[in-house]
Design a protein around this ligand. Structure first.
Ligand code: SF4
Length: 353
């Protein structure tokens, strides 16, 4: 059953189409106004994304190099050791990230995965970072267990409009996605949900995607807007490029529709020059991923990002509830804890299922 459709829509299709139809400068101005009402325009939240289990996914998302159905040359990996995840989280914190996102290429987590996942969440939290995971579909029980462990955000993208969805994924429905978002909300976690543009969709599909996100009972706190990364071997490798200005418009419209959400400039940033990224920040994007890899596609390295921030006078948004001393202490303790011999093995083969 799809459960997130009950409330009256905040935004109509016509209102959103009208925003997209504005002259570019007018749309940018409006987005800046909305942005400044709710955020410091010179701060950008920084997250790091780590793939904790890569490849061999049974799903058939046509854009994804991690699907077992496409030959993309991606090496499949086992579920990462808890200790290694915590070390990566510490490095992420050291380069200025405030949130650590962990992604696994699963249809959904199995019960036997949960103890490892829970220890990762607890360890990353003890480092003083916000935690986010993307593990596929979640049952209400699993969502409750993740929340109990301290997970702050769960990422589950709608990907595209309900109308275009079947062209992109056939192994899970659009309604399944809404159900997972509902389970995440019911469990009391924050929602990270957005989509991908440039997948050959129509303009009406971009409107449909943003309309659905903005009309969720509570809009997602975090809204990643991805530009398709065309990976050789996937069915999307030769899809036509989206006009970069259309991408900036999507960011601006997302900012206006969801004024209190962090709009994240996400996958595809590697292919954008600095001017394009700056335009996205002007349009209201205020979150990015740091780090070399965005799950399995490359991402501008953190140092390049820091240089761009400096030139634009942007500073990373800080969490204010932890001191550096506390960070270092808990980092040490969390890594030591993960090394304790009486604990269950840190690592197992998630492929054997
Ligand atoms: S997007 Fe996620 S669910 Fe879809 S194939 Fe890739 S890893 Fe699997």
């Amino acid at each position: 059953m799809t459960q997130q459709t009950a409330t009256a829509p905040r935004w109509t299709r016509q209102a959103i189409d009208d925003l997209f139809a504005l002259p570019f400068n007018d749309l940018m101005f409006k987005a800046q106004q909305v942005h400044r009402e709710h955020f410091n325009p010179n701060e950008v939240q920084v997250s790091t994304l780590l793939s904790i289990k890569t490849g061999a996914c049974p799903e058939d998302c046509k854009y994804c190099p991690q699907s077992a159905r496409y030959d993309t040359g991606l090496e499949k990996e086992r579920l990462m050791e808890v200790e290694k995840v915590l070390e990566a989280a510490q490095r992420a914190k050291d380069i200025g990230s405030s949130r650590f996102c962990m992604g696994a290429a699963w249809r959904n987590p199995k019960d036997r995965d949960m103890p490892y996942i829970i220890r990762m969440i607890q360890g990353v939290r003890e480092l003083g970072l916000e935690t986010c995971m993307t593990l596929g579909m979640l049952s209400p029980t699993q969502a409750a267990a993740l929340q109990e462990a301290g997970l702050d955000y769960y990422n589950h993208n709608l990907d595209t409009s309900a109308e275009y969805y079947d062209q992109i994924i056939t192994t899970r429905t659009h309604g399944d996605r809404l159900d997972t978002l509902h389970n995440v909300r019911e469990a009391g976690m924050k929602v990270c949900s957005g989509g991908i543009v440039g997948m050959g969709e129509e303009a009406s599909d971009r409107t449909g995607l943003l309309m659905q996100l903005a009309n969720l009972p509570t809009p997602p706190e975090s809204v990643p807007i991805n530009m398709l990364v065309k990976v050789a071997g996937t069915p999307m490798e030769n899809v036509e490029d989206l006009d970069p200005f259309e991408f900036v418009r999507c960011i601006a419209v997302a900012r206006i529709l969801m004024p209190k959400s962090h709009v994240r400039l996400s996958a595809g940033r590697e292919d954008m020059n600095e001017q394009m990224q700056a335009m996205c920040f002007m349009a209201g994007a205020n979150s990015i991923f740091y780090g070399e890899k965005l799950l399995t596609t490359s991402n501008p390295d953190a140092d390049k990002d820091q240089q761009l921030f400096k030139r634009l006078g942007i500073t990373p948004e800080q969490r204010e509830d932890y001191s550096d001393e506390v960070h270092s202490q808990v980092a040490h303790e969390a890594i030591e804890k993960a090394r304790e011999p009486e604990r269950t093995p840190l690592f197992y083969d998630a492929m054997e299922r």
